[in-house]
Design a protein around this ligand. Structure first.
Ligand code: SF4
Ligand code: FES
Length: 367
């Protein structure tokens, strides 16, 4: 599915009063992405680079006010835009429909029935799609009176931390395992309220491309064990970098704190999906992701452009203007005499967080 085809664009569709021409077979969601901005419905399970994804979460619901030019009757129910193909003359409403906004708030409420509100300790905070949705559509209170569903922790391997309580069962990680790795050893087990992501027989997920499961997970259910609890993502500086890798495209984002590389991820596009390079999805291998944690392992290209609405952009790494240093001018070119250099009297800043095998704790900073 998925990536745009080269078929000529010749079907007209109007989404929130904006008309665009798309190729036959294009879905409403893909057409809305061509327009961009707020017109584009959110997508928690659809992932254009993963065959078969979509149709699970219902966050992308839209109203079809006219089915096509030939049959302009409205569709009676809201439809999943990631799964509904365009017809000539179709008229779609997303942000201009009160029904859609109400239904989306309902979907978010359902997703949050079982999802723990542990953003203050979750590594995905600041880049979590459910957090964004909750912010836009969530309610202050809950109508749910029962205990949240919980699962026993399961160790799924050396690289990835599974936090099943946070999983929204979007299936993206299972598609990654199916389509990118040789042997899928995990999946969705059981059904209904008991459905959960598991390896069942406690197999380790170790395949060389399994780290991409972390990148596609829209919530904090799968996180990077080498980055867990090391830093809040908005305190880190995202930098584009590449290396010559014989297993993957080698194009990544380094998440740095000072010179330390705390995390390596694939580069993401404006929809939060892995960017494509030369027409192919830029999945990265585990070697690049988990083992190259030194800035010297990489050729640095420059700061990553982050959407200004993202909390990560609050670091203002792009277009940074440093105030002019006036002391040397005042002192006639001489450096000021320091009473104390913090680096010579404290070991605190000598801990290389990227070298720690697990989470950074106060133990690591004790002398
Ligand atoms: S672990 Fe993440 S990617 Fe996998 S099904 Fe759950 S929410 Fe989706
Ligand atoms: S993105 Fe369409 S149903 Fe989940």
């Amino acid at each position: 599915m998925a990536e745009q085809t080269n078929t000529p664009a010749n079907l007209k569709v109007t989404i929130d009063n904006i008309t665009v021409e798309v190729a036959p077979g294009t879905t409403i969601l893909q057409a809305a992405r061509q327009i961009g901005g707020d017109v584009t419905p959110p997508a928690m399970c659809y992932y254009s680079k993963l065959e078969g994804s979509g149709g699970k979460c219902r966050t992308c619901l839209v109203e079809v006010a006219a089915g096509s030019a030939a049959d302009p009757r409205p569709m009676p129910k809201l439809v999943a835009s990631c799964r509904t193909p365009i017809a000539e003359g179709m008229i779609v409403k997303n942000i201009t429909s009160d029904r859609v906004q109400e239904a989306r708030a309902g979907v978010v409420e359902f997703l949050l029935v079982n999802h723990p509100l542990d953003c203050p300790v979750c590594d995905q905070a600041g880049e979590c799609h459910l957090q964004d949705l909750g912010y836009e559509h969530g309610k202050e209170g809950t109508r749910y009176e029962f205990k949240r569903r919980t699962f026993e922790p399961e160790d799924i391997g050396p690289y990835i931390q599974l936090h099943m309580n946070r999983c929204i069962l979007c299936y993206r990680c299972t598609y990654v395992a199916d389509q990118l790795t040789d042997n899928r050893v995990h999946g969705v087990l059981d059904r209904g309220d008991h459905a959960n992501i598991s390896t069942h027989i406690s197999k380790a997920i170790e395949n060389n491309f399994c780290g991409n499961m972390i990148d596609v997970c829209p919530v904090g259910a799968l996180t990077d064990k080498t980055f867990r609890f090391k830093n809040r993502v908005w305190f880190t500086k995202p930098v584009e970098a590449h290396r010559d890798c014989d297993q993957c495209c080698g194009k990544v984002t380094l998440w740095q704190r000072g010179e330390d590389v705390l995390r390596v991820t694939a580069r993401k596009d404006e929809w939060g999906e892995v960017q494509s390079h030369e027409g192919k999805p830029g999945w990265i291998c585990n070697t690049c992701r988990f083992e190259k944690k030194k800035a010297s392992d990489w050729v640095i290209e420059g700061p990553t452009k982050i959407n200004r609405h993202s909390v990560i952009a609050q670091g203002h790494y792009l277009g940074l203007k440093k105030p002019t240093e006036t002391l040397p001018a005042v002192m006639d070119g001489r450096d000021p005499k320091l009473m104390m250099d913090i680096h010579s009297v404290s070991e605190v800043n000598r801990v290389d967080i990227s070298e720690l095998p697990g989470p950074a704790t106060s133990e690591n900073f004790k002398k």
